[in-house]
Design a protein around this ligand. Structure first.
Ligand SMILES: [Ca+2]
Ligand SMILES: [Ca+2]
Length: 388
Protein backbone atom coordinates (compact mmCIF):
# COMPACT_ATOMS: atom_id res chain seq x y z
CA UNK A 1 0.00 0.00 0.00
CA UNK A 2 1.24 3.47 -0.63
CA UNK A 3 -0.11 6.90 0.00
CA UNK A 4 -0.55 9.03 -3.02
CA UNK A 5 -1.73 12.43 -1.88
CA UNK A 6 -4.18 13.66 -4.46
CA UNK A 7 -3.14 16.95 -5.83
CA UNK A 8 -6.19 18.50 -7.31
CA UNK A 9 -4.26 21.43 -8.60
CA UNK A 10 -2.36 19.31 -11.11
CA UNK A 11 -3.62 18.41 -14.50
CA UNK A 12 -7.21 18.86 -13.53
CA UNK A 13 -8.25 20.54 -16.68
CA UNK A 14 -7.78 17.46 -18.78
CA UNK A 15 -11.13 16.09 -19.76
CA UNK A 16 -10.54 12.89 -21.62
CA UNK A 17 -12.72 11.64 -24.36
CA UNK A 18 -14.96 8.78 -23.28
CA UNK A 19 -13.57 5.93 -25.33
CA UNK A 20 -14.80 2.68 -23.95
CA UNK A 21 -18.16 3.52 -22.61
CA UNK A 22 -19.88 5.51 -25.12
CA UNK A 23 -18.19 4.80 -28.37
CA UNK A 24 -19.44 7.92 -30.01
CA UNK A 25 -18.72 10.27 -27.14
CA UNK A 26 -17.26 13.61 -27.97
CA UNK A 27 -13.84 14.82 -26.94
CA UNK A 28 -13.07 17.69 -24.65
CA UNK A 29 -14.09 21.20 -25.50
CA UNK A 30 -13.21 24.55 -24.03
CA UNK A 31 -16.75 24.67 -22.68
CA UNK A 32 -16.17 21.52 -20.62
CA UNK A 33 -12.94 22.91 -19.23
CA UNK A 34 -14.69 26.10 -18.21
CA UNK A 35 -17.40 24.16 -16.39
CA UNK A 36 -14.92 22.04 -14.45
CA UNK A 37 -13.03 25.14 -13.38
CA UNK A 38 -16.22 26.70 -12.13
CA UNK A 39 -17.33 23.67 -10.15
CA UNK A 40 -14.06 22.60 -8.56
CA UNK A 41 -11.93 25.02 -6.63
CA UNK A 42 -8.41 23.91 -7.49
CA UNK A 43 -7.12 24.09 -3.92
CA UNK A 44 -9.68 21.67 -2.53
CA UNK A 45 -8.19 18.54 -0.99
CA UNK A 46 -10.77 16.94 1.32
CA UNK A 47 -9.41 13.39 1.34
CA UNK A 48 -6.24 11.37 1.27
CA UNK A 49 -5.99 8.64 -1.34
CA UNK A 50 -4.49 5.23 -0.61
CA UNK A 51 -3.86 2.75 -3.39
CA UNK A 52 -5.03 -0.74 -2.40
CA UNK A 53 -4.58 -2.88 -5.53
CA UNK A 54 -4.60 -2.86 -9.33
CA UNK A 55 -6.87 -4.80 -11.69
CA UNK A 56 -7.45 -5.61 -15.32
CA UNK A 57 -10.48 -3.59 -16.40
CA UNK A 58 -12.30 -3.67 -13.07
CA UNK A 59 -16.02 -3.07 -13.40
CA UNK A 60 -17.79 -3.50 -10.06
CA UNK A 61 -17.09 -4.23 -6.43
CA UNK A 62 -18.85 -5.02 -3.19
CA UNK A 63 -17.84 -5.61 0.43
CA UNK A 64 -18.13 -8.86 2.34
CA UNK A 65 -19.20 -8.63 6.00
CA UNK A 66 -15.61 -9.36 7.09
CA UNK A 67 -14.28 -6.31 5.23
CA UNK A 68 -12.85 -8.18 2.27
CA UNK A 69 -14.03 -7.20 -1.19
CA UNK A 70 -15.24 -8.84 -4.38
CA UNK A 71 -14.07 -7.10 -7.55
CA UNK A 72 -15.25 -8.11 -11.03
CA UNK A 73 -12.99 -7.69 -14.05
CA UNK A 74 -14.63 -7.18 -17.42
CA UNK A 75 -12.87 -10.01 -19.25
CA UNK A 76 -14.44 -12.51 -16.84
CA UNK A 77 -12.55 -12.78 -13.55
CA UNK A 78 -13.82 -12.31 -10.03
CA UNK A 79 -11.24 -11.38 -7.40
CA UNK A 80 -11.40 -11.75 -3.64
CA UNK A 81 -9.41 -8.84 -2.21
CA UNK A 82 -8.31 -8.29 1.39
CA UNK A 83 -7.81 -4.91 3.05
CA UNK A 84 -4.11 -4.97 2.18
CA UNK A 85 -4.85 -5.52 -1.50
CA UNK A 86 -3.97 -9.22 -1.66
CA UNK A 87 -5.99 -10.79 -4.49
CA UNK A 88 -7.27 -14.36 -4.89
CA UNK A 89 -9.13 -15.38 -8.03
CA UNK A 90 -12.53 -16.98 -7.43
CA UNK A 91 -13.33 -20.03 -9.57
CA UNK A 92 -16.70 -21.11 -10.95
CA UNK A 93 -17.50 -17.81 -12.64
CA UNK A 94 -19.69 -17.78 -15.75
CA UNK A 95 -18.27 -17.67 -19.25
CA UNK A 96 -18.73 -14.10 -20.42
CA UNK A 97 -19.01 -12.59 -23.89
CA UNK A 98 -16.20 -10.07 -23.63
CA UNK A 99 -15.77 -7.07 -25.90
CA UNK A 100 -16.89 -3.48 -26.35
CA UNK A 101 -18.77 -2.57 -23.18
CA UNK A 102 -19.57 -6.20 -22.44
CA UNK A 103 -18.18 -8.92 -20.22
CA UNK A 104 -18.42 -9.42 -16.49
CA UNK A 105 -20.69 -6.82 -14.88
CA UNK A 106 -22.02 -6.22 -11.41
CA UNK A 107 -21.65 -8.19 -8.17
CA UNK A 108 -23.77 -7.75 -5.02
CA UNK A 109 -24.43 -9.84 -1.92
CA UNK A 110 -27.81 -11.42 -1.23
CA UNK A 111 -29.58 -9.62 1.63
CA UNK A 112 -29.32 -12.86 3.65
CA UNK A 113 -25.67 -13.41 2.69
CA UNK A 114 -24.64 -13.93 6.34
CA UNK A 115 -26.60 -17.19 6.39
CA UNK A 116 -26.99 -18.09 2.68
CA UNK A 117 -23.57 -17.05 1.27
CA UNK A 118 -25.42 -16.23 -1.97
CA UNK A 119 -24.15 -13.57 -4.36
CA UNK A 120 -25.84 -12.02 -7.39
CA UNK A 121 -23.89 -11.19 -10.50
CA UNK A 122 -24.45 -9.96 -14.04
CA UNK A 123 -22.60 -10.65 -17.24
CA UNK A 124 -23.04 -10.70 -21.00
CA UNK A 125 -23.83 -13.93 -22.82
CA UNK A 126 -23.75 -14.61 -26.54
CA UNK A 127 -26.88 -15.50 -28.50
CA UNK A 128 -27.47 -16.74 -32.02
CA UNK A 129 -26.25 -14.93 -35.13
CA UNK A 130 -23.82 -12.51 -33.49
CA UNK A 131 -26.30 -11.28 -30.90
CA UNK A 132 -25.78 -10.91 -27.17
CA UNK A 133 -27.50 -9.79 -24.03
CA UNK A 134 -26.94 -9.23 -20.34
CA UNK A 135 -28.04 -11.84 -17.83
CA UNK A 136 -28.29 -11.94 -14.04
CA UNK A 137 -27.54 -15.02 -11.99
CA UNK A 138 -26.92 -16.10 -8.46
CA UNK A 139 -24.47 -18.52 -6.91
CA UNK A 140 -23.16 -19.63 -3.56
CA UNK A 141 -19.80 -18.09 -2.62
CA UNK A 142 -17.68 -20.72 -0.89
CA UNK A 143 -14.80 -19.11 0.99
CA UNK A 144 -13.72 -21.99 3.22
CA UNK A 145 -10.37 -23.53 2.37
CA UNK A 146 -7.64 -22.19 0.12
CA UNK A 147 -9.59 -21.76 -3.08
CA UNK A 148 -12.67 -19.53 -3.09
CA UNK A 149 -15.34 -20.60 -5.58
CA UNK A 150 -18.81 -19.90 -6.88
CA UNK A 151 -21.07 -22.97 -6.71
CA UNK A 152 -24.46 -23.79 -8.19
CA UNK A 153 -24.54 -20.78 -10.52
CA UNK A 154 -28.03 -20.28 -11.84
CA UNK A 155 -29.27 -17.65 -14.32
CA UNK A 156 -32.45 -15.94 -13.09
CA UNK A 157 -33.02 -13.17 -15.66
CA UNK A 158 -32.04 -12.33 -19.25
CA UNK A 159 -32.19 -9.33 -21.53
CA UNK A 160 -34.84 -9.94 -24.14
CA UNK A 161 -34.40 -9.80 -27.05
CA UNK A 162 -30.71 -10.42 -27.61
CA UNK A 163 -29.48 -7.98 -30.26
CA UNK A 164 -26.33 -7.19 -32.21
CA UNK A 165 -23.63 -4.85 -30.94
CA UNK A 166 -21.65 -4.64 -27.72
CA UNK A 167 -22.96 -1.52 -26.02
CA UNK A 168 -25.36 -0.35 -23.32
CA UNK A 169 -25.88 -3.55 -21.41
CA UNK A 170 -26.15 -1.53 -18.17
CA UNK A 171 -26.71 -4.64 -16.00
CA UNK A 172 -26.40 -2.86 -12.67
CA UNK A 173 -28.24 -4.66 -9.86
CA UNK A 174 -29.53 -3.58 -6.44
CA UNK A 175 -31.67 -5.10 -3.69
CA UNK A 176 -34.46 -3.16 -2.05
CA UNK A 177 -33.60 -2.27 1.58
CA UNK A 178 -36.11 -4.88 2.86
CA UNK A 179 -34.35 -7.52 0.76
CA UNK A 180 -37.62 -8.53 -0.90
CA UNK A 181 -36.93 -7.39 -4.45
CA UNK A 182 -34.06 -7.38 -6.90
CA UNK A 183 -33.88 -4.40 -9.26
CA UNK A 184 -31.90 -4.61 -12.52
CA UNK A 185 -30.88 -1.80 -14.85
CA UNK A 186 -31.31 -3.04 -18.43
CA UNK A 187 -29.81 -0.77 -21.09
CA UNK A 188 -31.35 -0.09 -24.51
CA UNK A 189 -28.33 -1.70 -26.26
CA UNK A 190 -27.84 1.42 -28.41
CA UNK A 191 -31.05 0.53 -30.25
CA UNK A 192 -33.12 3.54 -29.07
CA UNK A 193 -36.77 2.49 -29.58
CA UNK A 194 -36.73 -0.65 -27.42
CA UNK A 195 -36.70 1.70 -24.40
CA UNK A 196 -40.38 2.47 -25.22
CA UNK A 197 -41.34 -1.05 -26.39
CA UNK A 198 -43.14 -2.95 -23.65
CA UNK A 199 -42.55 -6.30 -25.40
CA UNK A 200 -38.79 -5.86 -24.84
CA UNK A 201 -37.03 -5.51 -21.51
CA UNK A 202 -34.31 -3.26 -22.94
CA UNK A 203 -34.14 0.35 -21.73
CA UNK A 204 -36.03 -0.61 -18.59
CA UNK A 205 -35.58 -1.03 -14.87
CA UNK A 206 -36.65 -4.52 -13.87
CA UNK A 207 -38.15 -5.71 -10.57
CA UNK A 208 -38.11 -9.40 -9.70
CA UNK A 209 -37.96 -11.57 -6.61
CA UNK A 210 -34.50 -12.84 -5.65
CA UNK A 211 -35.38 -16.28 -7.09
CA UNK A 212 -36.19 -14.72 -10.49
CA UNK A 213 -39.97 -14.96 -10.24
CA UNK A 214 -42.07 -11.89 -10.93
CA UNK A 215 -44.05 -9.99 -8.28
CA UNK A 216 -47.79 -9.88 -9.03
CA UNK A 217 -47.93 -6.22 -8.01
CA UNK A 218 -45.51 -5.05 -10.70
CA UNK A 219 -47.04 -2.13 -12.64
CA UNK A 220 -47.52 -3.80 -16.04
CA UNK A 221 -48.47 -7.37 -15.14
CA UNK A 222 -52.02 -6.82 -16.40
CA UNK A 223 -51.07 -4.89 -19.54
CA UNK A 224 -51.54 -7.01 -22.64
CA UNK A 225 -48.25 -7.76 -24.39
CA UNK A 226 -46.09 -6.01 -21.80
CA UNK A 227 -43.28 -7.91 -20.12
CA UNK A 228 -44.30 -8.31 -16.48
CA UNK A 229 -40.86 -7.71 -14.99
CA UNK A 230 -40.81 -4.06 -16.14
CA UNK A 231 -40.80 -1.53 -13.28
CA UNK A 232 -39.99 1.66 -15.25
CA UNK A 233 -39.18 2.48 -18.87
CA UNK A 234 -37.63 5.01 -21.21
CA UNK A 235 -34.10 4.55 -19.87
CA UNK A 236 -30.88 4.63 -21.87
CA UNK A 237 -27.65 3.22 -20.35
CA UNK A 238 -28.15 2.72 -16.61
CA UNK A 239 -24.76 2.53 -14.92
CA UNK A 240 -25.81 3.16 -11.35
CA UNK A 241 -28.77 1.93 -9.28
CA UNK A 242 -29.05 2.54 -5.53
CA UNK A 243 -31.49 3.15 -2.68
CA UNK A 244 -31.23 6.21 -0.45
CA UNK A 245 -31.74 6.16 3.32
CA UNK A 246 -35.47 6.83 2.90
CA UNK A 247 -35.76 3.70 0.80
CA UNK A 248 -36.21 5.50 -2.52
CA UNK A 249 -34.64 4.03 -5.64
CA UNK A 250 -32.45 6.23 -7.84
CA UNK A 251 -30.69 5.54 -11.10
CA UNK A 252 -28.11 7.41 -13.07
CA UNK A 253 -27.85 6.87 -16.78
CA UNK A 254 -25.51 7.96 -19.49
CA UNK A 255 -27.21 10.37 -21.87
CA UNK A 256 -26.56 10.51 -25.63
CA UNK A 257 -24.36 13.49 -26.58
CA UNK A 258 -24.50 14.89 -23.02
CA UNK A 259 -27.68 14.86 -20.96
CA UNK A 260 -26.54 12.33 -18.34
CA UNK A 261 -29.38 11.87 -15.84
CA UNK A 262 -30.01 11.20 -12.17
CA UNK A 263 -33.57 9.89 -11.84
CA UNK A 264 -35.80 9.16 -8.88
CA UNK A 265 -37.21 5.82 -10.01
CA UNK A 266 -40.97 5.52 -9.58
CA UNK A 267 -43.27 2.60 -10.13
CA UNK A 268 -44.47 2.43 -13.74
CA UNK A 269 -42.92 5.76 -14.74
CA UNK A 270 -41.57 6.57 -18.20
CA UNK A 271 -38.27 8.45 -18.27
CA UNK A 272 -38.66 9.44 -21.89
CA UNK A 273 -35.73 8.06 -23.87
CA UNK A 274 -35.38 8.26 -26.87
CA UNK A 275 -38.30 10.68 -27.27
CA UNK A 276 -36.90 13.30 -24.89
CA UNK A 277 -33.46 13.97 -23.44
CA UNK A 278 -31.45 16.92 -22.20
CA UNK A 279 -28.78 15.77 -24.67
CA UNK A 280 -28.85 15.29 -28.44
CA UNK A 281 -27.99 12.42 -30.75
CA UNK A 282 -24.35 11.97 -31.73
CA UNK A 283 -25.17 12.64 -35.37
CA UNK A 284 -26.32 16.11 -34.32
CA UNK A 285 -30.03 15.35 -34.53
CA UNK A 286 -31.84 17.29 -31.81
CA UNK A 287 -33.84 15.51 -29.12
CA UNK A 288 -36.52 17.62 -27.42
CA UNK A 289 -35.96 18.30 -23.71
CA UNK A 290 -38.08 16.67 -21.01
CA UNK A 291 -40.08 19.85 -20.37
CA UNK A 292 -41.65 19.59 -23.85
CA UNK A 293 -43.42 16.37 -22.82
CA UNK A 294 -44.67 16.52 -19.24
CA UNK A 295 -45.95 12.93 -19.39
CA UNK A 296 -42.32 11.80 -19.10
CA UNK A 297 -40.48 12.04 -15.81
CA UNK A 298 -37.66 14.54 -15.94
CA UNK A 299 -34.35 13.80 -14.22
CA UNK A 300 -33.78 15.33 -10.79
CA UNK A 301 -30.49 16.63 -12.10
CA UNK A 302 -28.64 16.24 -15.38
CA UNK A 303 -25.27 17.03 -16.89
CA UNK A 304 -24.54 19.04 -20.01
CA UNK A 305 -21.70 18.64 -20.92
CA UNK A 306 -21.38 15.00 -20.02
CA UNK A 307 -19.76 13.54 -16.93
CA UNK A 308 -20.19 9.99 -18.30
CA UNK A 309 -21.46 8.53 -15.00
CA UNK A 310 -20.60 5.06 -13.71
CA UNK A 311 -21.40 3.69 -10.27
CA UNK A 312 -23.74 5.18 -7.65
CA UNK A 313 -23.86 5.04 -3.85
CA UNK A 314 -25.62 6.93 -1.11
CA UNK A 315 -23.10 7.71 1.61
CA UNK A 316 -24.04 6.92 5.22
CA UNK A 317 -20.67 6.57 6.96
CA UNK A 318 -19.09 8.25 9.97
CA UNK A 319 -15.75 9.21 8.38
CA UNK A 320 -17.26 12.02 6.32
CA UNK A 321 -20.22 13.17 8.47
CA UNK A 322 -20.90 16.21 6.29
CA UNK A 323 -21.54 13.89 3.36
CA UNK A 324 -24.14 11.63 4.99
CA UNK A 325 -27.12 11.42 2.64
CA UNK A 326 -25.11 12.58 -0.37
CA UNK A 327 -24.83 10.43 -3.48
CA UNK A 328 -21.48 9.71 -5.11
CA UNK A 329 -21.14 8.97 -8.81
CA UNK A 330 -17.99 7.95 -10.66
CA UNK A 331 -17.13 9.93 -13.76
CA UNK A 332 -15.57 8.26 -16.80
CA UNK A 333 -15.07 11.05 -19.34
CA UNK A 334 -14.99 13.61 -16.52
CA UNK A 335 -12.33 11.58 -14.63
CA UNK A 336 -13.98 12.59 -11.41
CA UNK A 337 -15.84 11.59 -8.31
CA UNK A 338 -19.06 13.56 -8.22
CA UNK A 339 -20.98 14.35 -5.03
CA UNK A 340 -24.69 15.07 -5.35
CA UNK A 341 -26.62 16.71 -2.50
CA UNK A 342 -30.37 16.50 -1.95
CA UNK A 343 -33.13 18.65 -0.58
CA UNK A 344 -36.40 16.74 -0.45
CA UNK A 345 -36.49 15.09 -3.85
CA UNK A 346 -34.47 17.74 -5.64
CA UNK A 347 -30.82 17.02 -6.34
CA UNK A 348 -27.80 18.97 -7.46
CA UNK A 349 -24.10 18.45 -8.05
CA UNK A 350 -22.31 19.68 -4.93
CA UNK A 351 -18.67 18.75 -5.58
CA UNK A 352 -16.60 17.41 -8.43
CA UNK A 353 -13.37 15.87 -7.22
CA UNK A 354 -10.97 15.41 -10.08
CA UNK A 355 -9.21 12.06 -9.88
CA UNK A 356 -7.00 12.08 -12.96
CA UNK A 357 -8.47 8.78 -14.18
CA UNK A 358 -11.77 7.44 -15.41
CA UNK A 359 -13.77 6.27 -12.37
CA UNK A 360 -15.83 3.14 -12.99
CA UNK A 361 -17.25 2.23 -9.58
CA UNK A 362 -17.86 3.74 -6.13
CA UNK A 363 -18.45 1.93 -2.85
CA UNK A 364 -18.64 2.73 0.84
CA UNK A 365 -16.50 0.53 3.05
CA UNK A 366 -17.60 -0.84 6.42
CA UNK A 367 -15.20 1.70 7.97
CA UNK A 368 -16.99 4.60 6.27
CA UNK A 369 -14.16 5.20 3.82
CA UNK A 370 -15.10 5.76 0.19
CA UNK A 371 -13.59 3.34 -2.31
CA UNK A 372 -13.35 3.92 -6.04
CA UNK A 373 -12.26 1.72 -8.91
CA UNK A 374 -10.46 3.28 -11.82
CA UNK A 375 -11.48 2.08 -15.27
CA UNK A 376 -9.40 0.16 -17.78
CA UNK A 377 -6.21 -1.88 -17.78
CA UNK A 378 -4.33 -1.43 -14.53
CA UNK A 379 -7.36 0.31 -12.99
CA UNK A 380 -6.62 0.83 -9.31
CA UNK A 381 -8.75 0.39 -6.22
CA UNK A 382 -8.36 3.59 -4.20
CA UNK A 383 -9.44 4.22 -0.62
CA UNK A 384 -10.45 7.78 0.28
CA UNK A 385 -10.20 8.88 3.92
CA UNK A 386 -10.46 12.35 5.49
CA UNK A 387 -7.33 14.42 5.16
CA UNK A 388 -5.33 13.87 8.34
CA1 LIG B 1 -20.85 -2.06 -6.08
CA1 LIG C 1 -34.89 10.85 -19.33
Amino acid sequence: MKNIGLSLSVAILTVACSQGDDAQATGSTSEEVQTLTDISPVDRKPFDVTEIAGFDEPWAMTFLPDGRMLVSEKAGKLQLVDAKGQKTEISGVPEVDYGGQGGFGDIVLAPDFATSNMVYLSWVEAGDEDTRGAVVGRAKLVLAGQKPALKNLKTIWKQNPKVSGRGHFSHRIAFSPDGEYLFIGSGERQKFDPAQDMTANLGKIIRIYPDGTIPKDNPFVDQEGALPEIWSLGHRNILGLAFDKEGRLWNQEMGPKAGDELNLVQRGANYGYPIVSEGDHYDGKKIPNHDTRPEFKAPKTFWVPTIAPSGLIFYSGELFPAWQGSAFIGGLASQALIRVSFEGDSAKEADRFLMGARIREVEQGPDGAIYVLEDGEGGRLLKLTPTG
